[in-house]
Design a protein. Structure first.
Length: 262
């Protein structure tokens, strides 16, 4: 992993918002380097700036201080073209069918119709959505809608994938199914992934490294290398001593923040 080139370099990143006439520091002094094909999860207490960091990486929010660089180019008020974003809430369009939801990014990029059809067909098969191509989102379960949102992002073949608690609203069974699907897709394509979550189990299951944030203003408290081999079985993994060891080591640090200690 250490030989892979840096893709995302975050230096001294900070963000302050104005709320009701006062300034609120969301993030301070965050510096992290994320390497090519690495899967990095960011965890921390609610309000510690996890999503704010992700939005600054994606060019959706401007930093108050510090820099974000992708492939050596500073991110400044724009969404980099090689970045895909999966949001916390499924953002499928209710007036579009499953197939047309997945195709929308390809349409905006002017991809030829035959190529659109091929990519959408492949994405539907990968997501297990065969038979629902002409279904509208209102007829789908939450897990199926999130599959559509994920495939809509992946179908444009981003090299970097930003994911903001995409499975947070789902039940445990559906979440585990999607963990397995996401890991299978990542093993096949090896995008660079930055994954925000409040669920430590989810972070350990998915990530190569875990960035643990302090309470607001969010600072990096720990960067932990996950010592679990790949590929990972999302069910059997949680029954292993190695998983329990990883969980205990990180929880000791993260729990201090939930308990309100420095």
């Amino acid at each position: 992993m250490s030989e892979r080139r840096p893709r995302i370099v975050i230096r001294d990143l900070a963000k302050t918002f104005r709320e009701g006439g006062r300034e609120v520091a969301a993030v301070q002094d965050v510096s992290v380097t994320i390497r090519e094909q690495e899967f990095v999860a960011i965890v921390g207490p609610s309000g510690c700036g996890k999503s704010t960091i992700l939005n600054m990486i994606g060019g959706l929010v401007a930093p108050s201080a510090g820099t974000v660089e992708i492939d050596g180019v500073r991110v400044a008020g724009r969404v980099p073209g090689n970045v895909g974003y999966v949001f916390q809430k499924d953002t499928v369009f209710p007036w579009r069918t499953v197939a047309r939801n997945i195709a929308i990014g390809l349409e905006y990029r002017g991809v030829a119709r035959t190529e659109q059809a091929r990519r959408v067909r492949d994405a539907i098969a990968l997501a297990g959505l065969e038979g629902f191509e002409e279904a509208f989102p209102a007829t789908l379960s939450g897990g199926m809608r999130q599959r559509v949102a994920l495939m809509r992002t992946l179908v444009v073949e981003p090299e970097i994938l930003l994911m903001d608690e995409p499975f947070g609203a789902l039940d445990t069974h559906t979440k585990l199914d999607l963990h397995a699907e996401l890991l299978a897709l990542w093993e096949a394509r090896h995008q660079t992934v930055v994954f925000v979550t409040h669920d430590l189990s989810e972070a350990i299951t998915l990530a190569d490294r875990i960035v643990v944030m302090t309470r607001r203003p969010g600072r990096v408290k720990l960067v932990h290398d996950v010592a679990l081999p790949r590929p990972r079985d999302v069910i059997k993994l949680r029954e292993t001593d190695d998983y329990a060891h990883e969980y205990g080591r990180i929880w000791h640090v993260l729990g201090e923040e939930f308990a309100g200690r420095a």
